[in-house]
Design a protein around this ligand. Structure first.
Ligand SMILES: Nc1ncnc2c1ncn2[C@@H]1O[C@H](COP(=O)(O)OP(=O)(O)OP(=O)(O)O)[C@@H](O)[C@H]1O
Length: 592
C-alpha cells in the first residue's frame, strides 16, 4: 500500500485539488447542478424570510398589539407564511431531485472511470494491489463521496445562506450585537484548521483499513471451496476480525477529533450566545432596542445557533470525504496500458521469435525469472514447454502477451517486434486455454461467445461441436441458455475445459497458448478434450505448457526449462536419445 501522503489542512493546495477533483466530475452536469444550487439558496432565503415574518408578528403580539387592524394584519401575515411554506415545499422537491440527478450522474462517471482504470491497469500494478482493495475503493470510497455530494454540500450551502441572512437581519437590528456574533467566526476557522487535518488523516487510514478488510472477504470467497474443505472458516473469521478490529480502532480514533471539534464549536457558540443575550438584555433595559426587536433578535439567534451546530458536523463530514478521495484519485492517476481504439485488425501468420529474454517481476526485481530465454516457432508449429514448477513457463507466456516487458531481449511475431504493436492487435491474435478454467457468471452461450462477442448462433454451435461440447450442452434442460455459476462451478472440469476450447475455436487466433490441465480426467473425458484440442490446434501455432507425454510427443519442438533457462531443446525422439537428459528422466518417470 502506498505511503500515507503528508497531512493536509482545509485551505492548503491539496485540499483545493481534492475539491477541484470533485468539480471536474460535476462540471458536465452544471446545467442541472446550478439550478439546484439556486433552488437551494431560494429555499434557504425563504426559511430566513419565514423566521423574520414569524418573529415580527410574534414580536408585535408580545409588544401588546390589539384591535381589528392588527387582526387584519395578522391574517395577512398568516396567509403570506402559508404561501412561503407552500412555495418552499415545491422548490424543495425540485431541489432534491436536481441535486440527486447531478450528483448521482457525476458519481456514476467517477465510478465508471475508476473501474475502467482498474481494469486497464498493467499486470504489474494489479499484482501490487489486491483485488479486494481495488473493489473497496470503488465501493466504499466513492460511497463516502456520494454522501458528501448528495447530503453534506447541499446542507452546507443551505446553512451558509441561512447564517448569512440571519447575520444581516441581526445587523439591521443592532450593529453591536451582530459584531459580537461575527467575532466567533474566526474561532470556527481556527478550529477547522486544527482538527480538520487530523480528521482527514485518520479517515484516510480508516478507508485503507476498510479496504484491507475487503481483501479478506474477496479472497476467502474466491477460494470458498478451500476454505470449507480445510474447515478454515474460523481462521478466515479471525483474519477478518483482526482487520475489522484495525478499522474499528481507526474509525473510533477518527471520531475523537470530530467529536472534539463539534463539541468545541457548539460550546464556543453557546458561550457567545450567552454573551450576546446579556448584551441584548442590557441594551433593552437601556432602551437601545425595543422588545419587538429583541424577539426578532432571539429568533435569528436561534437560526444562527442551529446553523452553526449543523455546520460543524457538515464540515467534519466533508473533511472525511476529502480523506477518502485520495486513494481514488491515486487510482485515477495510475498509468494504464496504452489504449488503441483504432488498432488495425491484422491476422498474423503465427511465426514467433523470442530472443535472449531476461526478465524479473517488477515486484521482485532481484529475482531473475527468465535468463537468456529463446524460442523460435514457425507458423503452424507445436512447441511444448516442459520443466519443473516455477521454472518460468507461465512467465514466458505472460511476456508474449505483453503483460510485462522483458528486461532485455526481443520478441517478434511474423518478424515484427511486439513492443511496437497495438495491444489489441497482438492480443486478439492470441488465445489462451488456461489450466484452471473460470467461466463468467452468465449463460453457456455468452461464455463461448466471449472469444468473439459478435458471433452468430450458428458459429457458436459450430465451435461447440468442434470442441465436443455441443452434445452435453444440448442435454442440459436449458441448453445454451444454461447459466453457469459465478465461477462455472456447476459444470464438471472436463465440461469447463471444452467450453474454454469452444471459446478459443470461435476466437480463431493465429497463436494458441495451451496450459495443459494437470488434474486428470476420466478416460472418456480425456479423449473428448484431447480430440477437441487437436481440432483447435489445427492450422495455428501452438505453445503448450505440457504435462503429459502424449501431448509432448506430438510436438515439433520441446523446450525444457530449468530455473528460467532452456536447458534442452529438440523433438521427443532426439531428447530421449540424449544421454542423461533432464527430459529423458522426466519421460521415464511418466512412463513408469
Ligand atoms: N506475479 C508474480 N510476481 C512475482 N513473482 C512471480 C509472479 N508470478 C510468478 N512469479 C515467480 O516466477 C517464477 C516462475 O513462475 P512461473 O509461474 O512462470 O513458473 P511455471 O514454470 O509456470 O510454474 P508452474 O508449472 O508451477 O505453473 C516463480 O519463482 C514464481 O514464484
Amino acid at each position: 500500500m502506498p505511503d500515507t501522503p503528508p497531512t493536509k489542512k482545509i485551505w492548503d493546495r491539496a485540499a483545493w485539488r481534492d475539491a477541484s477533483f470533485f468539480l471536474r466530475y460535476l462540471r458536465p452536469h452544471f446545467n442541472v447542478f446550478i439550478p439546484a444550487l439556486i433552488a437551494l439558496a431560494t429555499t434557504a432565503l425563504l426559511s430566513v424570510t419565514f423566521f423574520k415574518l414569524t418573529a415580527e408578528v410574534v414580536g408585535k403580539g408580545l409588544g401588546g398589539a390589539k384591535g381589528p387592524e392588527w387582526m387584519a394584519e395578522l391574517q395577512h401575515s398568516i396567509f403570506i407564511l402559508a404561501g412561503i411554506v407552500t412555495v418552499q415545499a415545491f422548490i424543495a422537491f425540485w431541489r432534491i431531485m436536481l441535486f440527486a440527478k447531478a450528483s448521482e450522474r457525476a458519481l456514476a462517471t467517477l465510478r465508471r472511470e475508476t473501474y475502467s482504470r482498474i481494469i486497464r491497469l498493467p499486470m504489474g500494478t494489479l499484482n501490487a494491489r489486491r483485488v479486494g482493495e481495488l473493489a473497496s475503493r470503488l465501493a466504499n470510497d466513492v460511497e463516502s463521496m456520494r454522501e458528501t455530494l448528495v447530503v453534506a454540500i447541499p446542507m452546507v450551502i443551505r446553512h451558509s445562506v441561512m447564517l448569512l441572512g440571519s447575520l444581516v437581519l441581526v445587523l439591521q437590528i443592532s450593529v453591536k450585537l451582530a459584531l459580537v456574533m461575527i467575532a466567533t467566526i474566526p474561532v470556527v476557522i481556527v478550529m477547522i484548521a486544527i482538527f480538520g487535518a487530523r480528521i482527514r488523516k485518520l479517515t484516510r487510514k480508516a478507508q485503507d483499513d476498510l479496504a484491507t478488510t475487503q481483501v479478506v472477504v474477496e479472497e476467502s470467497l474466491q477460494s470458498i471451496i478451500s476454505v470449507k474443505a480445510f474447515a478454515n472458516e474460523a481462521h478466515e473469521m479471525a483474519r477478518y476480525n483482526q482487520n475489522l478490529g484495525n478499522f474499528l480502532t481507526t474509525a473510533i480514533r477518527a471520531a475523537a477529533p470530530r467529536a472534539a471539534f463539534v463539541a468545541f464549536i457548539i460550546f464556543a457558540f453557546s458561550l457567545a450566545l450567552i454573551v450576546v443575550t446579556w448584551v441584548a438584555l442590557r441594551m433593552l433595559s437601556e432602551g437601545q432596542i425595543s422588545s419587538e426587536e429583541l424577539t426578532q433578535f432571539a429568533a435569528f439567534s436561534a437560526v444562527i445557533a442551529s446553523s452553526v451546530g449543523q455546520f460543524s458536523e457538515l464540515i467534519t463530514q466533508i473533511q472525511r470525504t476529502l480523506g477518502a478521495t485520495d486513494r481514488v484519485r491515486e487510482i485515477l492517476l495510475e498509468p494504464t496500458e496504452p489504449e488503441a481504439p483504432d488498432a488495425p485488425k491484422v491476422r498474423f501468420k503465427g511465426e514467433i521469435e523470442m530472443h535472449d529474454i531476461c526478465f524479473a517481476y517488477p515486484t521482485r526485481p532481484d529475482a531473475p525469472v527468465l535468463r537468456e530465454f529463446s524460442l523460435q516457432a514457425k507458423a503452424g508449429q507445436r512447441i511444448a514447454l516442459v520443466g519443473p514448477s516455477g521454472s518460468g513457463k507461465t512467465t514466458s507466456i505472460s511476456l508474449l502477451y505483453r503483460f510485462y516487458e522483458p528486461t532485455s531481449g526481443r520478441i517478434l511475431i511474423d518478424g515484427q517486434p511486439i513492443s511496437e504493436m497495438a495491444l489489441p492487435t497482438l492480443r486478439k491474435n492470441l488465445a489462451l486455454v488456461p489450466q484452471e478454467i473460470l467461466l463468467f457468471g452468465g449463460s453457456i452461450r455468452e461464455n463461448i461467445a466471449y472469444g468473439k462477442p459478435d458471433a452468430t448462433e450458428a458459429e457458436i454451435i459450430e465451435a461447440a461441436k468442434k470442441a465436443n461440447a455441443h452434445l452435453f450442452v444440448e442435454k442440459l434442460p436449458e441448453g445454451y441458455d444454461t447459466l453457469v455459476g459465478e465461477r462455472g462451478t456447476q459444470l464438471s472440469g472436463g465440461q469447463r475445459q471444452r467450453i474454454a476450447i469452444a471459446r478459443a475455436i470461435l476466437a480463431d487466433p493465429a497463436i494458441l497458448i495451451l496450459d495443459e490441465a494437470t488434474s486428470s480426467l476420466d478416460a472418456e473425458s480425456e479423449r473428448l478434450v484431447q480430440d477437441a484440442l487437436d481440432k483447435l490446434m489445427e492450422n495455428r501455432t501452438s505453445i503448450i505448457i505440457a504435462h503429459r507425454l502424449s501431448t509432448v510427443r506430438r510436438c515439433d519442438q520441446i523446450l525444457v526449462l530449468s530455473a528460467g533457462t532452456i536447458v534442452e531443446r529438440g523433438t521427443h525422439e532426439e531428447l530421449v536419445a540424449k544421454e542423461g537428459s533432464l527430459y529423458g528422466t522426466l519421460a521415464r518417470l511418466q512412463l513408469e
